[in-house]
Design a protein around this ligand. Structure first.
Ligand SMILES: Nc1ncnc2c1ncn2[C@@H]1O[C@H](COP(=O)(O)OP(=O)(O)OP(=O)(O)O)[C@@H](O)[C@H]1O
Length: 145
C-alpha cells in the first residue's frame, strides 16, 4: 500500500491500512455495507477495467455523497494504488475527482473521491448519439484545459 511518507504530504487525505489474518476476512463489498464505520455503500455506479465504482454516503458528514472505487487485492501490483498516487498528485486541479480517503477493507483497496457528473458515453446516449457543434466545441475547450 502507499507508504507513510506519501501519506504525509496528502493534505487532509486520510488512509486506513488493514491486515488480513484469514480468507474469512475477505468478502465482496456490496450495497448496504459500511466502510470504516462511516461510509455506507448505497449504489453501484459503474464498472471499469480493474474495479467497481459505488456511490457512498458519508455518515459523519450529513450523508454527503462520494464515489468509491474498489479493487480486489489479488495481485502484488495494484492499478488502483497507482491511480490513488496520481489523484493525490492532481489534488486541487480542476477537472479531476478529488481524493478524500483511501484504504483497505476485507481484501479490497478502496479510494473515496468526489462524485463526478455523467460521463461522456452517458451524455452521448442521452442526446440520441448525436453531438451538435456547440457541444463538441464546449467539450474541446474542456479537454484543452
Ligand atoms: N468520481 C466518480 N464519480 C462518478 N462516477 C465515476 C467516478 N469515477 C468513475 N465513475 C464511473 O464509474 C465507471 C467506471 O469508472 P472507472 O474509472 O473504473 O473505469 P473507466 O474509466 O470507465 O475505464 P478504465 O478502468 O478502463 O479506465 C464509469 O462509468 C465512470 O463514469
Amino acid at each position: 500500500m502507499i507508504s507513510k511518507n506519501e501519506e504525509s504530504f496528502t493534505d487532509n487525505v486520510q488512509s486506513e491500512k488493514k491486515y488480513y489474518e484469514s480468507d474469512e476476512d475477505i468478502q465482496p463489498l456490496k450495497v448496504g455495507d459500511i466502510i470504516q464505520n462511516r461510509f455506507l455503500i448505497s449504489q453501484k455506479i459503474g464498472e471499469g477495467s480493474f474495479g467497481s465504482v459505488f456511490k457512498v454516503l458519508d455518515r459523519k458528514n450529513n450523508n454527503a455523497q462520494w464515489a468509491m472505487k474498489v479493487e480486489a487485492d489479488e495481485d502484488e501490483s495494484s492499478l488502483l494504488e497507482r491511480e490513488i498516487k496520481v489523484l493525490i498528485e492532481l489534488r486541487k486541479q480542476q477537472g479531476f475527482p478529488q481524493i478524500k480517503f483511501y484504504g483497505q477493507e476485507r481484501g479490497y483497496t478502496y479510494c473515496i473521491m468526489t462524485m463526478l457528473g455523467k460521463n461522456l458515453e452517458q451524455i452521448f446516449r442521452k442526446l440520441g448519439g448525436v453531438l451538435n457543434l456547440a457541444t463538441v466545441l464546449r467539450l474541446a475547450i474542456q479537454f484543452n484545459r
